[in-house]
Design a protein around this ligand. Structure first.
Ligand code: PLP
Length: 398
């Protein structure tokens, strides 16, 4: 017998769940792309995107996924053979570096492993050694979606300042934007990249590079090529230059609706708080499950965890069995292991809790994982769903 009947729940860390309203907004015929409402709709997106990023800088919109804006951010600011310093904390920052390497950027990595955040002191020490100023940019992810670590962006900024170094500070918020608090201007990020398919609740296909005056200055000394150039996208003479060709019409409809929900209805700060509460519920459940010694959070300290996704470590093979049971017996899809050695593929799973999510969805997911542990005979602490519901009720936090 299978109980898998009803609406499936996707709890992977991106793409995230798309609100029905966003889907409905996309369900219409192709518009005129040379004039009319599409132009105004497009222009209305920029201030709202900046509100989400907390910046008064610029934002270029690309028809791409996260990998595309990784490349765009680097091509506009760093030349081949120049050096960038990558703070690796799982999977994604190193991969960003890999994109740069693929077109000749000199990539140096400080590897902090997959279980802790990047240490500001190590960054400061390395930058102090760079007397010649060879390091053009420091690359970090705010939330590493593989390890589920959250890096301390303000502390890393302070480390750069203490070292008195001129490197640009470039932050990947692809997983964390509109989930974890992020303050681009106040925290001193020069470049920030994000995608539409995680906290922004829109089908994968749009991605963003936010940048400030310092990054604009760097752009004067690079040649990013026509497609990745952010100048034509932010200072277009004609509309089609915003996307270097045909506009992503239906993604723009979807994003407009998603930003209406996020910025004009819920509010960005309320969205952060909702994510904090729902993440705390996940961690309360995980705490209970872990008490029998067979599961553990990958990131020990709650203050170092992103509120967008939680990586769980299990005994050999259990994570694979839990994922299988949840998907096939119950219709709940959990995230796979990412950024761990291949032989550990079935020893980690991830619970995505980003974007369009409320207590019935989340408690349903946690209750389903709880049932999987029972069905599979994986010894676990009792009371996990109870603990989560207390957090949802506001009675306690982790
Ligand atoms: C998802 C993700 C990416 C990659 O985005 P794609 O759209 O798959 O290219 C990069 N960085 C982080 C932190 C992510 O979570």
């Amino acid at each position: 017998m299978s109980l898998n009947f009803g609406r499936d729940l996707l709890a992977i860390p991106g793409p995230s769940i798309i609100p029905d309203r966003v889907l409905a907004a996309m369900h219409k015929p192709s518009p005129n792309i040379y004039g009319g409402p599409l132009i105004d709709l497009t222009i209305s997106l920029y201030p709202d995107l900046k509100t989400v990023a907390r910046t008064s800088g610029e934002v270029a919109i690309y028809i791409s996924n996260g990998h595309g804006v990784w490349e765009a951010a680097l091509r506009n600011t760093v030349n081949p053979e120049e050096k960038v310093l990558v703070l690796a904390t799982g999977f994604f920052a190193e991969r960003w570096g890999g994109v740069g390497k693929s077109f000749g950027i000199d990539v140096e990595i400080i590897d902090f492993g997959a279980r802790r955040d990047a240490a500001p002191q190590q960054l400061e020490d390395r930058l102090r050694q760079d007397k010649a100023g060879q390091i053009k940019a420091v690359l970090v992810v705010q939330a590493d979606t593989a390890s589920s670590v959250k890096n301390d962006i303000p502390a890393l900024r302070e480390a750069i300042d203490r070292a008195g170094h001129d490197a640009m500070f470039m932050v990947d918020c692809i997983a964390s934007l509109a989930c974890d608090q992020f303050e681009m201007d106040k925290w001193g990020a020069d470049v920030m990249v994000a995608g539409c398919q995680k906290g922004l609740m829109t089908p994968a296909g749009l991605a963003f590079v936010f940048f400030n005056d310092k990054a604009k200055e760097a752009r004067k000394h690079t040649n990013p090529g026509m497609y990745w150039d952010w100048v034509s996208r932010t200072e277009p003479e004609v509309y089609y230059q915003r996307f270097c060709g045909t506009a992503p019409t239906h993604h723009l409809f979807g994003l407009r609706e998603a930003l209406d929900i996020l910025v004009h209805e819920e509010g960005v700060e309320a969205a952060w708080q909702r994510h904090e509460r729902l993440a705390a519920a996940v961690w309360a459940a995980l705490d209970r499950w872990s008490s029998a010694g067979n599961l553990e959070p990958n990131i020990a300290a709650p203050s170092n965890r992103t509120v967008a996704v939680t990586t769980v470590n299990t005994k050999k093979g259990d994570a694979g069995r839990i994922r299988d049971w949840c998907e096939h017996q119950a219709g709940l899809t959990l995230g796979i292991a990412l950024g761990f050695p291949l032989e550990e593929a079935n020893d980690h799973f991830r619970i995505g809790h980003m974007g369009h999510l409320n207590p019935p969805m989340l408690l349903g997911a946690l209750g389903t994982i709880d049932a999987a542990l029972k069905a599979l005979g994986i010894d676990h602490g009792e009371g996990a769903v109870e603990a989560a519901s207390s957090v949802v009720a506001g009675h306690k936090s982790v």
